[in-house]
Design a protein. Structure first.
Length: 403
């Protein structure tokens, strides 16, 4: 009888994960249909109208601009709104989708984003299917928001989680590939290299990391010469430096600016945040503790956004993935439950139509309210890491990979 109950419970948990997979597939289809059938969009009053899936068009055309020998980091106002801000390698890789009709390419792009995070969470060892399902469902609305804007945030979150899950299985070549690719999308992905302090075979990890870094750096030489590639990296660097000086984002820096008018502390805040992020590494004896490693995974995901000067509302699927992993990887208590509920409402619901437009437009967005719970939960994770006051789940202790 006990075996029967256990079997039924496992079937139910697996069914929950199947429901989550269906939900992630469905929102990709819905977001694609919305993008294809929506009317043109104007980004500034009286400005040019652009196709509604503008970000996808930026990525798509960056491939053709690369082939044509253009500066891919210039504005192309006759083609799309805003700048391309990723690496030359990503522009080349996007050629896989660029040649397709938009209806197919856009659907595949949205599926890549949604399913990458799904399979990253699915591969995490030590967590039950039920907990994985809850992590995915907790991030569902933010994933929808991200792919409605045809952004790469789901892919970023998925690559980081995949890198961690693969490292737990000693799949170092694939793990390092995920982190390096995330870096060549958004440079904050480099933060995830901290994972490799936790595993043996550090020479192998370093070797694979260097190999992938060089490969992606030189990959555009397939279509451009060395002079043009050097020019593109210089242009990319100039763009990123100018972007950092001009942006605050929905982040801790943004809150310090809008709440306290302390914009000049941007660099100091980033440095302090980095030091706090690294400080728990003093507990070398805890590197073999899987819950400690999971907390670092959650910390990386949240840090990438709350200390990111370019963070915006669709970026927060990365934060909700981190919060979900933090909450469901240990025993729950009242404080953690309160933080989880507040995170859901202040992150996922605060910019929804359920909140009156005046509140969204004059409070939530201008004051970066969406970033508040990401900051609070990250500080809670830091507290748990530095004091070692967290409660591991029995399944994690018993079943997780041991290094």
């Amino acid at each position: 009888m006990q075996l029967t109950k256990k079997s039924l419970l496992q079937t139910w948990h697996s069914k929950n994960l199947s429901i989550a997979l269906f939900a992630y597939f469905l929102i990709a289809v819905i977001a694609t249909a919305q993008g294809l059938f929506a009317g043109p969009k104007t980004y500034v009053p009286g400005g040019h109208s652009y196709i509604s899936y503008n970000n996808f068009r930026i990525f798509k055309l960056s491939f053709y601009h690369l082939l044509q020998g253009k500066d891919i980091y210039q504005l192309f106002p006759d083609e799309h709104w805003d700048l391309y801000k990723y690496s030359p390698a990503f522009a080349l890789c996007f050629g896989v989708l660029s040649w397709m009709p938009d209806s197919i390419g856009l659907l595949l792009w949205n599926l890549i984003n949604s399913l990458c995070l799904f399979f990253g969470i699915r591969l995490l060892p030590g967590l039950s299917d039920e907990k994985k399902s809850w992590i995915l469902l907790f991030s569902l609305l933010e994933m929808l928001l991200s792919i409605q804007n045809t952004q790469s945030n789901g892919l970023m979150a998925g690559l980081i989680v995949l890198a961690f899950a693969l490292a737990e299985r000693s799949k170092y070549a694939l793990s390092t590939l995920c982190i390096v690719f995330s870096f060549y999308i958004k440079i904050y992905g480099v933060l995830a290299f901290v994972f490799y302090l936790f595993y043996p075979g550090k020479l192998r990890l370093a070797g694979w990391s260097i190999f992938w870094m060089i490969l992606f750096a030189l990959l555009p030489l397939v279509v451009v010469n060395t002079h043009q590639l050097g020019f593109l990296y210089h242009s990319w660097f100039d763009l990123l430096m100018g972007d950092r000086s001009a942006s605050m984002g929905v982040s801790l820096m943004g809150i310090m600016d809008t709440w306290f008018h302390l914009a000049y502390l941007k660099n100091s805040i980033t440095l302090i945040g980095l030091l706090l992020f690294l400080l728990p590494l003093i507990h070398i004896n805890r590197y073999k503790d899987y819950t400690f490693r999971l907390l670092y995974l959650a910390s990386v995901l949240i840090w990438m956004v709350i200390f990111n000067h370019k963070a915006e509302s669709p970026t927060f699927v990365i934060v909700t993935a981190g919060i979900g992993i933090w909450y469901f990887s240990q025993h729950s208590d009242l404080l953690n439950r309160v933080l989880l509920i507040l995170s859901f409402f202040l992150i996922s619901m605060s910019v929804s139509d359920l909140v009156p437009a005046p509140v969204r437009d004059h409070l939530i967005r201008p004051y970066g309210i969406k970033a508040v719970m990401g900051i609070v939960v990250w500080l809670k994770i830091f507290y748990e890491q530095i004091t070692l006051r967290y409660r591991s789940l029995p399944s994690i202790t018993a079943d997780a990979a041991v290094i």
